[in-house]
Ligand binder design. Structure first.
Ligand SMILES: [Zn+2]
Length: 142
């Protein structure tokens, strides 16, 4: 703490100098700054409605929340596209690449699959579907 010299009159009417406490002079610029949140470069932090803070790569655009697929992978929810009525069609990004999923017909297995649009590996069906309200943990209200 730094004290400030102040001229006062003492009880005998003589001028004297005191070092007045209480006038706090902040000398370090760090003293007033809020604690620094550590963020990995290329990531941003978002708070979910349940209070959890998640780090999301900046490559994920239009981040809206987090969901979990049936394999237990946590997936980022983002906007697939905007519907005609202005609402958002939300998708769960793939855990492998943070990409969208797409339908794929496997000729050998003679069945339709959902694959990652980027690496083409098979992913959970949730990545080929709309993520509806209640099926994910949304961002905290701003
Ligand atoms: Zn992938």
């Amino acid at each position: 703490m730094t004290t400030t010299p102040t001229q006062i009159l003492d009880k005998n009417g003589k001028q004297t100098t005191v070092h007045k406490k209480g006038d706090v002079v902040i000398t370090s610029p760090r003293a007033k700054r809020a604690p620094t949140v550590k963020i990995t470069p290329g990531e941003s932090e978002y708070e979910l409605i349940d209070g959890e803070v998640v780090s999301v790569p900046n490559s994920v655009t239009d981040f809206r929340g987090v969901t979990t697929n049936e394999y237990g992978d946590r997936c980022f929810v983002s906007v697939g596209w905007e519907n005609k009525d202005g609402s958002e069609y939300l998708i769960a990004l793939t855990p492998c690449c943070n990409a969208s999923g797409k339908g794929w017909y496997d000729d050998e297995a003679e069945m339709g699959l959902t694959v990652c649009r980027k690496c083409m590996n098979e992913v959970s069906d949730i990545h080929g579907d709309e993520v509806r309200p209640g099926a994910y943990t949304p961002l905290a209200a701003a």
